[in-house]
Design a protein around this ligand. Structure first.
Ligand code: NAP
Length: 283
């Protein structure tokens, strides 16, 4: 598993992590088995949120962390709901998340999407949490480039660790403005729903055929080629969700693949970036 610097954080983070949206709906044995298989294979970055299953996904991750026993090897990320993101609400939501996760500190805490609370308030809450040692870094999710710039203006340079945004082969809109803004501002870009949230290109489609050809030539799978494409640039990460241990192992192995220029060009042709979107696409 390749690791790389994550925004301003000094500690490198694996390029492929693990999503947990709806993970709590799978049989617990499979869900925890998948997280552990991922940890074993180096996918130590776990993305969760108070929103997922109304806290049930965090509780599941908490049980997985406890059973794993090596908290210090993990990079645990959670998110506050915009409705809770006042200064005080952010602190309280984080405390509830820590309790469900059965840990003392989050490696990263994100605002799940922009909401009605003034961003200044949420960021003040994040800074309170940093001061209290309850989080090690904070960032945002579903922010377009302008909003990301505002977050940096309010928080100060080097404070916004990442923007977590929708990014998969059929939805490359973030490449127009968000990714360049992340690069310019020193924030990591974490791509969510890297398999289109269950809508991965079918083997019969043109794009599916290109992925299959590239995969065959490398002894890899089409999904591994897709993940390798999504993390081809410095500062980029992907967080596929898998509730089956063999899926987690397959996804982790993608973290070792570095695509060549020809491979990248063929994928770009098969899955065009598309026009500049009016609004940032979200799931
Ligand atoms: P996704 O990762 O794009 O796709 C998940 C689907 O792919 C599941 O059906 C999973 O099946 C399947 N899958 C995974 N690995 C596979 C493999 N190797 N072979 C075959 N199938 C495989 O979907 P997602 O959950 O929408 O996105 C990933 C994560 O991003 C979320 O879990 C969440 O943590 C984060 N996210 C964040 C936001 C946000 O607003 N910030 C929004 C959406 C998602 P199994 O489960 O059966 O293994």
């Amino acid at each position: 598993m390749r690791t790389r610097p994550f925004g301003p954080n000094s500690r490198p983070v694996p390029v492929i992590g693990q999503g947990t949206w709806l993970l709590e709906t799978a049989p617990e044995r499979d869900a925890i088995g998948a997280l552990h298989a991922g940890f074993e294979a180096g996918m130590t970055h776990v993305d969760t949120a108070e929103y997922y299953g109304d806290g049930a996904a965090e509780s599941l991750v908490g049980r997985a962390i406890e059973a794993w026993g090596r908290r210090e090897e993990l990079f645990i990320v959670s998110k506050v709901l915009p409705d809770h993101a006042s200064r005080r609400g952010t602190v309280e939501a984080c405390e509830r998340s820590l309790e469900r996760l059965r840990i003392e500190q989050l490696d990263l805490y994100l605002l799940h999407w922009p909401g009605d609370e003034p961003l200044e308030e949420t960021i003040a809450g994040f800074e309170d949490l940093l001061g209290a040692g309850k989080i090690l870094a904070w960032g945002v999710s579903n922010f377009d480039a302008d909003l990301l710039r505002r977050a940096v203006e309010i928080g100060g340079p080097g404070r916004v660790a990442c923007d977590q945004v929708l990014y998969h082969l059929q939805e490359r809109a973030i490449e127009h403005a968000v990714l360049p803004a992340c690069r310019e501002l020193g924030a990591a870009m974490v791509g969510y729903s890297p398999f289109g949230s269950g809508k991965f290109p079918s083997p019969g489609s043109r794009g599916g055929q290109v992925l299959a050809e590239l995969a065959k030539a490398r002894g890899a799978t089409p999904r591994q080629i897709a993940l390798a494409f999504l993390v081809r640039e410095e500062g980029t990460f992907a967080i596929p969700k898998a509730a089956q241990p063999q899926h987690a192992r397959e996804n982790a192995a993608a973290g070792a693949i570095e695509l060549g220029e020809d491979e990248v060009r063929r994928i770009e042709e098969a899955f065009p970036r598309g026009a500049v979107p009016r609004e940032l696409p979200v799931i």
